[in-house]
Design a protein around this ligand. Sequence first.
Ligand SMILES: Nc1ncnc2c1ncn2[C@@H]1O[C@H](COP(=O)(O)OP(=O)(O)O)[C@@H](O)[C@H]1O
Ligand SMILES: [Mg+2]
Length: 230
Amino acid sequence: MTKEIFKVYNEVFDNRTLKVLEKMRSENYEELESCISTGKEANVFRATTKNGFVAVKIFRMYTSSFDKMSDYILGDPRFSHVSKKKHEIVYLWAKKEFRNLSKAFEARVRVPKPLACNKNVLIMEFIGDNGMASPLLKDVNLENPQKYYNEIIENMKKLFKANLIHADLSEFNILHYKNKPVFIDMGQSVLREHPNSMNFLKKDIYNVNRFFSRKCKTITFEEFMKKIEK
Ligand SMILES: Nc1ncnc2c1ncn2[C@@H]1O[C@H](COP(=O)(O)OP(=O)(O)O)[C@@H](O)[C@H]1O
Ligand SMILES: [Mg+2]
């Protein structure tokens, strides 16, 4: 193992995380197989269970952006009694993504089905075909952008009805699966009660419109809001 790989490995698989994985392995899945993504806060892996593939998102304990995490968490009434310890904040962040995904999934928003969450490890449905993770929206050529745009609005509406705002929605957090959008990455999603929720929603709408304005006819912010609130 080269020094650099070893450094990355240690950042993801610290002792705490290894223990959690060991425990989850005996309950939920066999082995982590391949790394799908290395992001700012988390690494996502594919793993196999007896029922097929799952995606395992491991939030790094020591190198994630805690300032951003605490900003979102401190405004959320669901987490008002929060310790400021780093590892506690990371655990909470994973739990928050798990809860947000569960809420969205129940509301029939197209999201990966959340399966388990233990400390900094989140296991969810693997979105892809034959073990190949689906591409991000930013990397696909859409056959029918207008229809796709409307489907994204429909999912945002369902999410809003479930009292949630994604808060980091863009072509970077939408997977393209079976010709339809799947929303991912909901750690930062907030309830409508959150003091900044409307600004987050505005940004989500702005991002979606920016991406689609080059591809199809888009609606104004006001029309967008009307559709979501209907
Ligand atoms: N359930 C999933 N199935 C397949 N691929 C996934 C899944 N969840 C995430 N990914 C892949 O991992 C990447 C990072 O996941 P994401 O939740 O966006 O974390 P972050 O952006 O914080 O690193 C995604 O861009 C996507 O390529
Ligand atoms: Mg992401």
